[in-house]
Design a protein around this ligand. Structure first.
Ligand SMILES: NC(=O)c1ccc[n+]([C@@H]2O[C@H](COP(=O)([O-])OP(=O)(O)OC[C@H]3O[C@@H](n4cnc5c(N)ncnc54)[C@H](O)[C@@H]3O)[C@@H](O)[C@H]2O)c1
Length: 351
């Protein structure tokens, strides 16, 4: 495969930074852009340490067309992977305008800058939220769009914008990757998610409880129409997910535009994840079930067969591996930070 220069917007975030490592591993050149609105600049030092090389980075807003055009030109960018967005469902319910501005308006600016520079290859971080509350399970790509919250709506709108853009100019090639629930850390053990503020996802929250930073896990809702009353999700290992981006990159060239689910096809309830986490880490996780969180759907898991048919991609890692990699990374993070001469991370004010 041709070696490519790839701009990763939101490259300092969880999925972007892991994908940067996967791209380096595959011989490509990642160029990262981030405004640190939802990430910690320390991640760059950790990323360079894990990659054992320098990494091109720009601090800035994805909607800054002048900056984007400059980067696209200067680095002869072949493909843009667009990760930069806000992603907390609950926050989007409270502050929808911030979500429409950041996830939609800034995205339109990015597309305009790409179009002006004739860089028309894009891999877009979409989400299973584009299916809303699915009518049946598992969820496949032919389901119609739906949304349950402003965050999900922004993903639907972005996908629809991309459809119009592709119709307007056949030169556009777009990979829409509908992630289910990415968790865990890099296989090397030397890189993982750097939590910022209050975790809104289950796994970083479990890590905080296991490490003793917070006393217990609050589970949102125990009265959903599921086996044990807690929400069911399809958790996918971050290394599988970043490999999905490499497959999508190859897919853009071989098959052109595509829209695929990236999930394992297996749904686990929150309580099942807690049990598996306790089993593999041998840590007791105290928890309390509280009220439902606005915007959450009871259950979602993928039919991942399309990603295999179109891209040859399939998730390989188990839930136990996901839990263990997440926990191990969290345990060794203080040592890694100090070996890189970085200040320790603060404890989130959860309780
Ligand atoms: N993590 C998940 O569970 C999940 C699931 C489905 C889809 N997604 C999507 O995947 C993408 C990446 O998610 P993530 O988990 O890595 O999130 P993240 O918050 O860890 O990373 C997003 C990064 O984008 C940056 N960013 C946000 N707005 C920006 C802007 N206007 N300009 C420049 N940088 C900006 C943030 O600082 C952050 O570093 C997002 O689009 C998200 O909606 C995530």
């Amino acid at each position: 495969m041709k070696i490519m220069n790839i701009l990763l917007t939101g490259g300092a975030g969880y999925i972007g930074s892991h994908t940067a490592l996967a791209l380096l591993n595959a011989g490509h050149t990642p160029i990262l852009l981030d405004n640190f609105s939802a990430s910690d600049p320390k991640i760059l030092t950790l990323l360079k340490a894990a990659a054992k090389k320098d990494i091109l980075f720009y601090e800035g807003n994805v909607g800054n067309q002048t900056l984007i055009r400059q980067i696209l030109k200067e680095h002869s960018v072949d493909v843009v992977m667009h990760f930069a967005a806000f992603k907390a469902v609950g926050e989007s319910v409270k502050n929808p305008l911030a979500y429409y501005k950041n996830n939609v308006s800034e995205f339109v600016n990015l597309l305009s800058a790409m179009d002006a520079e004739k860089v028309r290859n894009l891999i877009f971080s979409s989400s299973c939220t584009v299916y809303g509350n699915p009518v049946r399970l598992p969820v496949s790509e032919d389901f119609s769009y739906g949304f349950n919250n402003p965050y999900g709506h922004t993903k639907v709108v972005c996908e629809q914008i991309l459809e119009s853009v592709c119709v307007s100019n056949k030169g556009w090639k777009v990979g829409k990757l509908r992630y289910f629930n990415p968790v865990g850390s890099h296989d090397s053990g030397y890189f993982g998610e750097l939590p910022v503020g209050l975790p809104s996802n289950l796994m970083p929250y479990l890590d905080q409880v296991a490490s003793g930073e917070v006393q217990k896990l609050y589970i949102f809702g125990g009265d959903y129409p599921t086996g044990d009353g807690t929400c069911i999700r399809d958790y996918v290992h971050i290394s599988d997910l970043s490999e999905g981006h490499i497959a999508s990159l190859e897919g853009l060239i071989k098959v052109g535009s595509h829209a695929v689910n990236l999930g394992t096809g297996i749904g686990y309830s929150v309580l099942e994840v807690v049990a598996e986490y306790e089993r593999v880490t041998r840590k007791k996780i105290p928890y309390e079930i509280i009220g439902r969180r606005p915007g959450d759907v009871p259950a979602a898991f993928a039919d991942p067969s399309m990603a295999f048919q179109v891209l040859g991609w399939k998730a390989k890692r188990s839930l136990g591996e996901m839990c263990l990699s997440s926990y191990s990374w969290r345990m060794q993070l203080p040592t890694l930070l100090s070996s890189c001469n970085l200040a320790p991370i603060g404890i989130s004010p959860l309780e």
